[in-house]
Ligand binder design. Structure first.
Ligand SMILES: *Cc1c(COP(=O)(O)O)cnc(C)c1O
Length: 436
């Protein structure tokens, strides 16, 4: 498969270039240039197929010529010590839990795949340095995924504030390959510094600089695999059409679902489940997108003003607006209903939801009771976060305390960065140089 920028049909680039450049030079985002029909690879899989099996089959098929089946198998085995979990709640609703990874958030899936596949891709070229910015979770996920990967070092920039959950034994100062650096500034300062480093040619070339931020297609593309996994698990017992309900912030997860459809997965559509920050719903309904100020809610990962994947979604709408109108259903769920949904799902099914997943659940209920869909859809709700990560809210919603897995306690442990610097490229270069 070849890739292009959202801003131009050409040039076409390889997956390796996409992963190692992260952003095209024209301010667009990388997207697949042509889409392959992948049905022959998954239509005959069944409920016994494991997630690593599915990914090890589909990844080399998608990335033909760049990732052979042996490398893919090795990468997948080293990436996934965790799996998606499909739970049938009722005839018309299931839950796809994606929070079983090290940090309890679905983003672990994309990060783990990117790190493992990048290790395979750089085997015959020079070393790579992955710069990322984080305030918390993603940093831990990146540090665990990149730890010990040959030919790769992972620089994680943190804004002012406590740094938690990293293992100092993995730091470059102790012979590892993880370089956490605190910037005396904001998360935006960290992001800006990354762009500067990528654009500083001599620096970027000396270290092979790229970024593993959420916009890297190497993180987003592999998220299509868990949609296909859910389809494979459910297809033989499906009554009615398949719909996914996706909690949407920056819309990466939803776009990965649309890629699964492009690759041949039979699906009726996707609910774009938002909280009250739903200005982007107008765009989905075919109107002009007018961003509104962000309102804080109890599902904070969905509190996004302008989704960073806007250009990727726009590429779908430019290609086929009529199809998109019938495939993506925007929904908006307020804080009260989010809490009520957590309580209801606990009472009715004995299952805990985090608030982001609860937004998607409530949106799925609305769809299932609408005239157009009632009685003939099965909705898979994407559960993006572990309920214990929002323990206070979830406990309150169900009226009892919930158990917090011990691995999450580790995520709270404070650590020191290996350096604290001003948001300045020269200072960053100085620290990095001292690590080699
Ligand atoms: C990041 C995140 C989301 C939003 O996902 P996008 O791909 O940005 O739309 C939803 N829920 C949780 C728990 C998240 O961490």
């Amino acid at each position: 498969m070849e890739f292009r920028s959202t801003q131009a049909q050409e040039p076409l680039v390889s997956f390796k270039d996409v992963v190692l450049r992260c952003l095209p030079p024209d301010e667009g985002l990388y997207v697949p240039a042509r889409v392959a029909d992948m049905r022959q690879y998954f239509m005959h899989m069944d409920a016994k197929t494991t997630y690593p099996e599915l990914v090890a089959t589909m990844a080399p098929a998608l990335l033909q010529g760049e990732l052979n089946p042996f490398s893919a198998k090795r990468a997948v085995e080293s990436a996934f010590g965790f799996e998606p979990e499909l739970t049938r709640l009722d005839d018309d609703i299931s839950l796809l839990s994606l929070y079983n990874g090290p940090t309890g958030v679905f983003k672990d899936f994309g990060i783990a795949f990117l790190a493992a596949v990048m290790e395979e891709l750089v085997k015959n070229s020079g070393p790579a340095m992955v710069l990322s910015a984080s305030r918390g979770n993603a940093g831990v996920s990146l540090a665990q995924a990149f730890r010990g990967r040959g030919g790769i070092s992972s620089v994680i920039l943190y804004p002012a504030g406590p740094i938690r959950g990293l293992d100092p034994a993995s730091f470059a100062t102790r012979g590892g390959n993880i370089i956490p650096i605190q910037i005396t500034g904001t998360l935006d300062d960290c992001q800006r510094l990354i762009v500067e480093a990528i654009e500083d040619r001599p620096f970027a070339e000396r270290y092979g600089v790229t970024s593993a931020n959420a916009i890297n297609l190497g993180r987003l593309l592999p998220q299509c695999f868990y949609y296909i996994y859910a389809f494979v698990k459910i297809k033989n017992s499906l009554r009615g059409d398949l719909v996914f309900s996706v909690p949407c912030g920056n819309f990466g997860n939803l776009i990965a679902g649309l890629y699964a459809w492009k690759f041949g997965m039979p699906v009726k559509g996707y609910i774009a489940a938002m909280n009250v920050n739903d200005a982007f719903g107008d765009y989905i309904r075919g109107k002009r997108f007018v961003p509104r100020p962000v309102v804080p809610t109890n599902s904070p990962s969905l509190d996004v003003g302008v989704p960073s994947n806007y250009k990727r979604l726009a590429a779908f709408y430019e290609e086929s607006p009529a199809v998109m109108r019938n495939m993506v259903y925007p929904a908006s769920i307020g804080d009260d209903r989010t809490v009520a949904a957590i309580g209801k799902v606990w009472k009715k099914y004995g299952v805990l939801l985090d608030p982001h997943s609860a937004v998607a659940f409530a949106a799925a209920e609305d769809l299932a009771s609408s005239q157009e869909f009632a009685g003939h859809v099965h909705t898979v709700v994407i559960a993006t976060g572990h309920p214990a990560k929002r323990a206070a809210l979830v406990s309150q919603a169900i009226g009892e305390d919930i158990e917090i897995p011990p691995r999450f306690a580790q995520l709270q442990r404070r650590v020191d960065p290996i350096a604290i610097i001003k948001p300045d490229l020269e200072a960053l270069e100085g620290v990095i140089a001292s690590c080699f």
